[in-house]
Design a protein around this ligand. Sequence first.
Ligand SMILES: Cc1cc2nc3c(=O)[nH]c(=O)nc-3n(C[C@H](O)[C@H](O)[C@H](O)COP(=O)(O)O)c2cc1C
Length: 332
Amino acid sequence: MDLSTTYLGLPLAHPLITGASPLVDHLDVVRRLEDAGAAAITMHSLFEEQITAEREATWRHIDTHEDGHAEATSYFPRSDEYQLGPDQYLEQIRRIKAAVAVPVIASLNGTTGRGWTEYATAMQQAGADALELNVYMVATDLHVAGDAIEQRVLDAARLVRAAVTIPVAVKLSPFFSSIAHLANRLDEAGVNGLVLFNRFYQPDIDIDQLDVVPHLKLSDSSELLLRLRWLAILSGRLRPSLACSGGVHTASDAVKAIMAGADAVQLVSVLLHDGPERLTSLRQELERWMTEREYDSVAQMRGSMSLGRCPDPAAFERGNYVKILQTWRPPA
Ligand SMILES: Cc1cc2nc3c(=O)[nH]c(=O)nc-3n(C[C@H](O)[C@H](O)[C@H](O)COP(=O)(O)O)c2cc1C
């Protein structure tokens, strides 16, 4: 069985890789991930706010503000609450690279041109094999239009693409008006991969304490469906590799992501919940499933259910919408 794949131009033994998460903060966990068979390791993001934390007024503003209005701002992590500071992050890349043989993908969440390029370059110098740009932001400004937000993503991608020589992936959120168009422009900008999708952590309201409560709930398989649709829509139509991030908990989930068009399948919640060793059984189950169904390789399976190749493309598009709505029946 040939499980090999290529993601961001990097040859991988199989498609199962770790997604950005704090799993990489401890070297012993990173080693366990490799021992369990992770084909590549993605680090959690370094945030530009961390880089500028001590220096910049905006961050002091948050800290100061927090002192006076703790109830309103407590959902901003303080600078000392991030897992690794900028220097520690670069050092962690070096240590992970020295500890494991699989590719290491560093992740950056910048806010300024300088922040993106300086730290992308530093991550490459520290030994990262590829970069993932985490462009997570919440657009709250009433005066900033959607195309300006997309332009920021494109500008960041172009700047980083020009600053480094290693492959660059962009991890998108699903909240763009035209994901296909943005993906196409990112392709034109030379990015090597798209990660679908980041996951927005949605604060809840505590109605007794009158507080906004940050909520970090791990995913379940239901979150995969959104990813499958967009993987299927983009697969085979663009040059960048595609990674699935979100809702992969079982080998069947991984099969679906690959059939929809994923070159790599990122795992986070399942590993945080079950531990790094779950990777081993997931890989074995993937291989067993493929053997039973007489697949020879991941390449044969990849994209087989994409929009261009599946028997009923309308199921991924609007065509089925009306039909689906009509299938609902009230409980008997
Ligand atoms: C505790 C935790 C920390 C995370 N940190 C990051 C991060 O630093 N950067 C990032 O791009 N995504 C981060 N993510 C999002 C994951 O990489 C992933 O996109 C998301 O959890 C969906 O995948 P899953 O369903 O396999 O968990 C984090 C997720 C969790 C649960």
